[in-house]
Structure formats: C-alpha cells, structure tokens
Design a protein around this ligand. Structure first.
Ligand SMILES: Nc1ncnc2c1ncn2[C@@H]1O[C@H](COP(=O)(O)OP(=O)(O)OP(=O)(O)O)[C@@H](O)[C@H]1O
Length: 251
C-alpha cells in the first residue's frame, strides 16, 4: 500500500487554489524532494499532507497512517520564537503523542529528550529559551523534535534553509538515517545540487504538477523552465485549470 496517495488533489486558501489537480502516490520508504519556484505550492502541499489544510477538491490517503504517525518540520519562520519555552520543553513536545499534552514526563522520557538534543549537537542548550538561539541552532532543535517522534512519515519544509555547510551536513545525515530506517520522507527544497545528490525521487511543482519520478529523469533544465513559466503565468484570481497529465507516478 502507498504511504501517500493523492487523487486529483486541489489545495488552497479562502477557496483560491494554490495546488491544482495533483494525482500520484508515494511508496513507503521513499525519499522525495518537492521542488519548484517561490509560490509553487510546496508548503501548501506539505500542509495538506499533515492535515493543517483540508483539500478544496480531491483526496489525500495516508496509507493506513493516522495523523500521529506523521512528523512535520515547518519553515522556521512559522515558529513563534518569542514564546517563552526552553529547548528541552520545545523538543519534549515531540513526545506529546505518547504523554498527552498535560502528561507527566518521567525519567525515560527525560532521557529520550536529552538524547535527541545530544543527537543534533545541542547538549548544554537544554535550558536556553528558543528565542535566544541562532537560526542554525533553531533548525537543529526542530530536527530534534522530529527525531523524538519516531514517525513513519516525515514531512520537512525547507529544512536546510539559511544554515551553514556544517549544520546542513549534520541534519542531512539525520534525513539519510530516517531513510535508512525505512521511514517515508518528503522535503520541500530549493538547493538543486542537494536534490540531485541525495534525493532519489522528485516532484516538480508549479501550482500543478510538472513532473514526478526518479530525480535523474525529472530534474532537468526543461522541467525547471516549464515550472518557472507556469508559476510566472499563474493568475491567483483565475478559475481552477484543467488536470495536467504527468509522468510515471501519475495515478
Ligand atoms: N496562509 C495563506 N493564505 C493565503 N494564501 C496563501 C497562504 N499561504 C500561501 N498562500 C499562497 O499560496 C501560494 C503557494 O504558496 P506556498 O507557500 O505553498 O508556495 P511555496 O512553493 O512553498 O513557496 P516558497 O518557495 O516561496 O516557500 C502563494 O500564492 C501564496 O501566496
């Protein structure tokens, strides 16, 4: 059974579509990059997958997963860093699935949180308010929370945005570890070299699907040009367009 199945999916805001007519499926254990120009609908698609946004039309099937089997790393700009919470408590929210919102944290849970913080190289930062962290440190904290969730489906929105080479390498190693453990990983990305070198499958999105399949076949200058033109031509006020046929992954 597919980990994710989209059928003629349309997502948007205030009834204005931002992702149109996406059909296809993601196999369990796939490592998928979602790419496209600014405004292509990448974040919108990820929000739909994790259930923050309900489809305007069509469906998303989660292949036997429930919402608690999904870990989501939002763009860091979406996190309110003025909220007074420590690194330890923020990472600990990854355990809500097991403890409940007001459940007590026992020694085993404390150890897991400390381990996750250690695994992203932030031991010693446990008591720091998240508002005092650098961008790269905050990104490590977000990864630590995902790590703690042990989710079968991991959805990452621009996880390597605005971080240096060392932090990128450390966090990419975690993504590869999740992939090696058979988890399904989808990530919205802008770095084409990273996609080419590390992600086996790619969806090129430009409000609608442009191409979807093995990265080596899909990540071509032609597809990127089509995506750019489709996004430039898109009129936010226009009515929904007709379904677009795409390659091998189309259902
Ligand atoms: N909360 C919102 N309310 C209204 N419109 C939105 C909202 N979020 C996104 N949009 C619109 O939906 C469209 C797709 O945006 P989205 O953020 O999904 O694109 P993206 O591919 O992730 O872009 P980027 O690479 O710039 O992050 C854009 O036109 C955007 O303005």
């Amino acid at each position: 059974m597919a980990a994710l199945h989209f059928h003629n999916l349309t997502l948007g805001y205030d009834r204005h579509p931002a992702v149109h007519h996406l059909s296809g499926e993601v196999a369990p254990g796939a490592l998928v990059a979602v790419i496209g120009p600014n405004g292509a609908g990448k974040s919108t698609l990820l929000r739909g997958i994790v259930g923050i946004l309900k489809p305007l039309d069509g469906t998303i099937h989660l292949g036997g997963l429930d919402a608690r089997d999904i870990a989501y790393l939002p763009q860091s700009a979406e996190i309110d860093r003025s909220f007074p919470i420590s690194v330890f408590d923020f990472v600990g929210t990854g355990l809500w699935r097991g403890t409940g919102l007001f459940g007590g944290i026992g020694k085993a849970a404390r150890d897991k949180i400390l381990q996750a913080i250690g695994a992203v190289g932030l031991s010693g930062f446990e008591n720091r308010p998240i508002g005092t962290l650098s961008g790269g440190q905050m990104q490590r904290v977000l990864f630590a929370r995902v790590l703690l969730q042990h989710a079968r489906l991991i959805v990452l929105d621009e996880p390597f945005n605005a971080i240096d080479g060392k932090t990128t390498a450390d966090l990419l190693a975690l993504v590869k570890r999740w992939h090696g453990e058979g988890r399904t990983v989808l990530a919205a990305l802008h770095d084409m070299e990273m996609v080419r070198n590390h992600f086996t499958e790619t969806l090129v999105l430009a409000r609608g699907p442009v191409a979807w399949g093995p990265t080596a076949e899909v990540l071509t200058p032609e597809n990127l040009l089509v995506a750019m033109r489709m996004c430039e031509a898109f009129d936010d006020r226009a009515a929904a367009c007709a379904a677009v046929e795409i390659g091998s992954r189309a259902a």
